[in-house]
Design a binder for this molecule. Sequence first.
Ligand SMILES: [Zn+2]
Length: 562
Amino acid sequence: MYDLILKGGRIYDGSGMPSFIGDVAISDGRIEEIGRIKASADRVLDIDGLAVAPGIVDFHTHFDAQLWWDGLASTSHEHGVTTVVTGNCGLTLAPCKPEGRDALIGTFVRVEAMPRETLKAGIPWEWTTHGEYLRALERKPLGLNVATLIGHCAVRQYVMSEAAVEREADDAEIAEMEELVRQGMAAGAFGFSTNSNQTHYREDGKPVASRFSSLKEIARLCRVVGESQRGLVQFTHGAFATPEHVALISQWYDTILQETRRPLIGESVRHRWGEPDLWRKQLNDVEERSRQGYAAYAMTSTRRSMRRWTLKDGNRLNIIPAWKKILLLPNEERAQKLRDPSVRQELAQATVEGEPIEFSRRWDLIIVRKAARAENQHHEGKSVEALARERGKSEIDAFLDLALEEDLATTFEDSTTQGDERAVKEIFSNPHVLLGQSDAGAHVASGNPGFGFATLMLAYWVRERKLMSLEDAIKKLTFLPASIFGIHDRGLLRRGMAADMFVFDPNTIDQGRPEQVNDLPEGAPRYIQHAKGIHYTIVNGSVLMKNGAHTGIFPGKVLRSC
Ligand SMILES: [Zn+2]
C-alpha cells in the first residue's frame, strides 16, 4: 500500500533517456517504484495522456527575502518548480550582525531592484550566522525546497563593517571570513557566491562589498568550499565588461577552479546583437576549462528581451544614423520623407548593413506586434519579411507602407537578446550550460519576470521552435542543476529519490502574461506570472498544486548539503 500512485503518465525521468509510459508510486516522500504498478495506494491520480517529470530546480533565484513572507516563492510554485537556490550573486541575508542589516538591505534594493520598505517590513532577522538563518527558515511553512549559497557581500560586511565597501581585506579579516564560510558550509549551504559586476552598486552608490575583494581573498574563501568537498562557487561578473576586466575574471575563474576542484558557475551566455560572436567565445572558454579537467559551467536565460516601438516614437531605429535623421523630423515632414523612394533606398541599405549594434539588422526578426487599425490586425505576429512576401513588395516598402497607412502608430517588436535562433540552439544544447538564470524574487518591477523560465522553455523553445527534445530540456531543468549543486536525491525520477515532480500537458504548458499586483509587504507592486498546462506539482510526495491552485499544504524543506 503506497501513499500515492500516479497512473499511466508519460515519464520523462530527468536523465535525458527516451520517455516511456508507466506509473510512479510514492511513500513517505520518496519514489518507491516506477513501471506497471499493481499495488494500491491511499490516493491514485490518473494522469493518462499527461507527462510527468522531476520538479524544476531553479538554481538562480533571489528569494532570500521573499520566503519570509511567502513560503510558496510565488509565482515560481505555479511553474513546476520544486526546489529554489537562493544566495546567488554574492547576496545573502546571512551571516549578518544587527548593525549590518541596513547595508545588506541596501545591496538588495539596488542590485536586485526590491523596494526598501518591503525588505524592512518583511525580513524578521531572527539570525546572525548562516546556520541560524537555515534553522529560522525551517520554522517557516515552505511550499518548495530551498537550498542556499553563502554570499560574499554578507560575509565581508560581517567582518569589515563599512570598510567592506572601501578597501581590500587584510590577512586577519580574510581568516575571519574563511571561518564564516566554513561555518556556513558545515551548516549545510551548497556553496559560495561572489559578484564582481562593475555595474553593481549599493543603494548609497557605493560598489557592492565583494567588488573590493582581492584575488587572494577570493582564492582563500573558495578554498574553504573545496575543503568541504561539497557544493560549488557561483560567480557573477556581468555583460559588456571592459577587456581588462574580462582578462582579470578569466584569471579568477582559473584560480577558483584550481583552488576548489568544485564546480564553478561563471559566465552568463546569451546571444546579443551588440556583440554577436561573444557567446561563441564564452562557450569556447568554458569548454577549454572542461578539457583541462575542471567542472566549469555557464548559465543562460530562456527569456528573450524584446523591445516594442512605433515609428512615431521612433526611438528604436534611432540607433541607425540614417533613420535618426528622418525620425527626428516633425510628423508631417517625417511621413513625407518616408514616402520618398530615394530615402527608402538609403534606409533599406542602412538597416541591414553596417557595424554590429544592439539591433538585429534582419527584417525576418522585426515583428508586427500590434496594428493600429482593425483591418490590419491579421498582420499581427508576422515578420516584416513575411509581410513583404505576402504583399509582393520589398521589405522596406512593406514596412513603411504599413506604418504610414496607420499614421506611424503600428507597434513593431524586435529582440535584443536570444534573438538569433541558431546561436540560441548552440547555447542551450551545450552540456556546460545551465538553463535558467531566472533571478526570480528580484527585479520585482520588471514586466518580464523570471518565474516562468521553465514553462517558457517547454512551450516556446521546445514545442514551438523545436530547439531540443522534451527529454533533453527536462534533463537540463532538473537533473543537471541538481547534480551540479550536489542535490543528489532530487532531479531524477528513480526509486529512492525524493518525490518532487510535476505533471503537465506538453501540448498546452506555457507561461502566462506578466501581471502587476500589489502584494508585497507594505503593499508595494510587483509583477507575477501564472502558468498554463500544469495539472499537479508534488513536493516531497505531497500534492502542492492541483490545476493551478495551491492545495494549502507546505511540504517544502530546507535542503542541506551535508
Ligand atoms: Zn542574480
